[in-house]
Design a protein around this ligand. Structure first.
Ligand SMILES: C[S@@+](CC[C@H](N)C(=O)[O-])C[C@H]1O[C@@H](n2cnc3c(N)ncnc32)[C@H](O)[C@@H]1O
Length: 280
């Protein structure tokens, strides 16, 4: 079979299984299998595919049709300006989370040698993107998941950042090392009951520990704010990602812990997504 026919069969299968973006996903997966980029796939539709590629590709399409995220199949996701290694042990980085990076960069102009802490670092996508952008900053990432720390360390190595970053496998509750100028966090904030109604990619394949915010969705946020109030320097800035319906309650939690709310930023879907505050 040639590239075009192989793609058409895959697109038909994914469409039958209600997978959104069936065309794009099929192209990305085929490109991964033959070790080329998407442009090559699009520009060479009549090229014949070696049988060994065809079987490998069919296997990925089988997994994709059951809802497994493309990032877990390709072991890669682009976030901000870099590709990150991604596997089942970490959340797939979301475009909305790039808001935190954008806001920290605005704040960091003309600042040097600041210390950043990332709570719930996962793949390390937020922290490592920031360190890549600002060569004078130093970073620390923590996560309750040991396996995710292995992934973030691997990404630090791939991005040549090991000399400016440290990672710790720790529950935020127990982390007591250092004082930070900037703290960033995208904690799990989904209500336990809502988790099972989320689309099938999320429920079946992404780590529950990365999504589960407890009964009301606020249990990890509360812990993160509590520890941040000790770990952050006076006048330090705190950038926190929240769920679309959590703005008012999180503002309250922050204010009670001695933070002044600077602003709440909306994401591309017009939902309140990131609260920026200062420790007073
Ligand atoms: C929503 S994911 C965010 C991952 C990554 N920062 C990102 O934005 O893609 C939340 C992360 O917090 C971690 N986590 C959950 N509870 C934690 C806790 N009590 N202490 C530290 N990390 C925690 C999870 O393992 C997960 O990696």
């Amino acid at each position: 079979m040639n590239i075009e026919n192989t793609l058409n069969t895959a697109i038909k299968t994914l469409t039958q299984f209600n997978i959104p973006n069936a065309n794009l996903d099929s192209e990305i997966l085929l490109a991964k299998i033959i070790g080329k980029d998407r442009n090559y796939i699009i520009l060479n539709p009549k090229e014949n595919l070696d049988q060994k590629y065809f079987f490998k590709f069919s296997n990925l399409i089988e997994r994709r049709k059951k809802g497994e995220p493309v990032a877990y199949l390709t072991k890669k996701k682009e976030f901000w300006k870099n590709d990150f290694y991604i596997d089942q042990n970490v959340l797939v980085p979301r475009p909305d989370t790039e808001l935190i990076v954008e806001e920290v960069l605005k704040f960091s102009k003309k600042k040097f040698k600041l210390q950043i802490l990332d709570i719930g670092t996962g793949s390390g996508c937020i922290l490592l993107s920031l360190l890549k952008e600002i060569p004078s900053f130093y970073g620390t990432g923590i996560d309750i998941s040991k396996k995710s720390i292995n992934v973030s360390k691997y990404n630090a190595k791939m991005l040549n950042l090991t000399n400016r970053v440290k990672f710790y496998n720790s529950d935020v509750d127990k982390f007591k090392i250092g004082k930070y100028d900037i703290i960033v966090s995208n904690p799990p904030y989904i209500e336990l009951l809502k988790l099972k109604y989320l689309d099938k990619d999320l429920c079946k394949f992404e780590p529950k520990i990365a999504l589960n915010g407890g009964i009301d969705g606020f249990s990890v946020i509360e812990k993160v704010v509590h520890r941040t109030s000790f770990l952050i320097k006076k006048n330090g800035k705190f950038f926190l990602e929240i769920g679309y319906n959590q703005k008012n309650k999180v503002k309250e939690i922050l204010t009670k812990k001695g933070f002044y709310i600077n602003k709440v930023v909306k994401d591309y879907g017009n939902n309140y997504r990131c609260i920026i505050s200062t420790k007073i």
